[in-house]
Design a protein around this ligand. Sequence first.
Ligand code: CAA
Ligand code: NAD
Length: 295
Amino acid sequence: RLPRSDASHSGELGVQTIGVIGAGLMGNGIAHVAAASGYKVILSDVSSDRTEAAKATIAKNLARGLTKGTIDEATIAAILARITLTTDTAAFVAADLVIEAATENEAIKVKIFAELSPKLRAETLLATNTSSISITRLAAATDRPDRFTGLHFFNPVPVMQLIEIIPGLATSAETTAAMHRFVAALGKTGIESEDRPAFIVNRILCPMLNEAIFALGDGLGSVVDIDMGMKLGANHPMGPLALADFVGLDTLFSILQVMQATTGDSKYRPAPLLVKYVEAGWLGRKSGRGFYDYS
Ligand code: CAA
Ligand code: NAD
């Protein structure tokens, strides 16, 4: 998809500036697509090393289009110029919508929202990119649960077409409608999910990834054969073990823990091999080692 013109976004919904909290895998992708769609973006993380690394990743991903002729240097420069970096959440006073994409840990997210809310303008909308945690509970940590939704992007954000929109118990119909318009303005397709653990896609996908890790741990087949089996036998673009590495094994582990804890259903228990890998710090692509070696 061609990025839009480099003019500032005209602002359907009155949203012109997007704040993104957390500049990891997902935060850099969300900042990328928002800026490419004409929004101004403020991107934050706990250190400037992380925000700068995220901007370098965005530049690298935008440059993929140069050889294909789908983007030119001037457009890339204009997109990057719309992204400002910060480690100070006071900067989000300028944001019309803030999307939180920090580590999948409820205590971290609650702290972020509790500290952030009083710094925002009253009309600013809030969203979380959580993969599994209760939207209603996160909304309750803010001063504006009616203006809060789940906005669940997929990895890699510039490529994946879907965004799940998850209203919490207190979310107003206006806020949900505004999120549908925002998703459309990003050129993505929105689906609505009830606020249940892991929502629609991860409810189905994560147990499959976990099952592949159980299968590996049981000695059913090798890493290569399990992945080849699902690629060629089920036409998945990536095998489940490669996809688990791609998502991040710590993130997958957290999602399964939330699913198991909140439903009480043991079918969601994380595979012992997944637990071991996370304990070893083998988190997949982001740490250089998971089921595959990326070093
Ligand atoms: N950022 C930006 N663009 C990227 C990219 C990235 N990280 N990775 C690939 N691309 C682009 C490429 O430039 C290329 O673009 P064009 O079509 O314009 O040429 C396109 O994506 C395809 O890339 P490649 O040919 O290099 O690679 P591929 O064909 O192997 O596709 C893939 C790569 C898109 C990642 C594909 O393997 C795929 O779809 N994998 C499955 C992804 C998936 O299931 N994601 C969901 C994970 S679950 C989740 O996100 C939710 C959660 O809460 C955990
Ligand atoms: P990640 O580990 O790549 O990045 C998380 C970032 O959050 C890190 O840079 C970390 O420094 C930052 N962070 C931690 N505490 C912070 C704080 N207090 N303030 C600001 N930044 C802070 O993780 P990710 O894969 O980008 O996941 C982010 C969120 O997106 C999680 O909720 C995850 O469940 C969700 N998600 C992940 C995927 C995926 O495939 N990885 C897909 C969809 C949604």
